[in-house]
Design a binder for this molecule. Sequence first.
Ligand SMILES: [Zn+2]
Length: 153
Amino acid sequence: MRSGSCGGLKTITSPRRLQVAATAGVRQWNGQPFPISVDERGNRESHFEVRWRRSLGGRQIGVARTQWSPEEGLQVLMLELAAQSPFGTGTLEPRQVRLIAAHEMGHALGILMHSDNSRDVMYPTNTATSLSAQNYKTMGALYALEDGTTILR
Ligand SMILES: [Zn+2]
């Protein structure tokens, strides 16, 4: 995800608040369609980790690292989230981090394309305010497909 916002004052958000916000963003997909559990302490076996980066380069503020192979299908390697605003305005705000995490988790769950609706969390820049019914419908439709289904566009 790229940042489309530009603040004035420098923000300083504690790492703990950023972590809480990222966890909340990932959990927004909980039950849509299956349960998602987040281990904030990193003690349990996990499918993938969330890593913080000071910067992801340019206006990039989040990325879902995935790989795809015909044998394994889509594999999520990690989510990377920027802690700092790309505009030099300090740390990102928790509200932004929650949406970035939700966006990248959407990719991790298999929504590889971006939405063309700027209020949608899967829009390429951080203009949404929350996950929409359309987000959940997209995910539901994706998981209603049989394994191995090819989508042509
Ligand atoms: Zn994206």
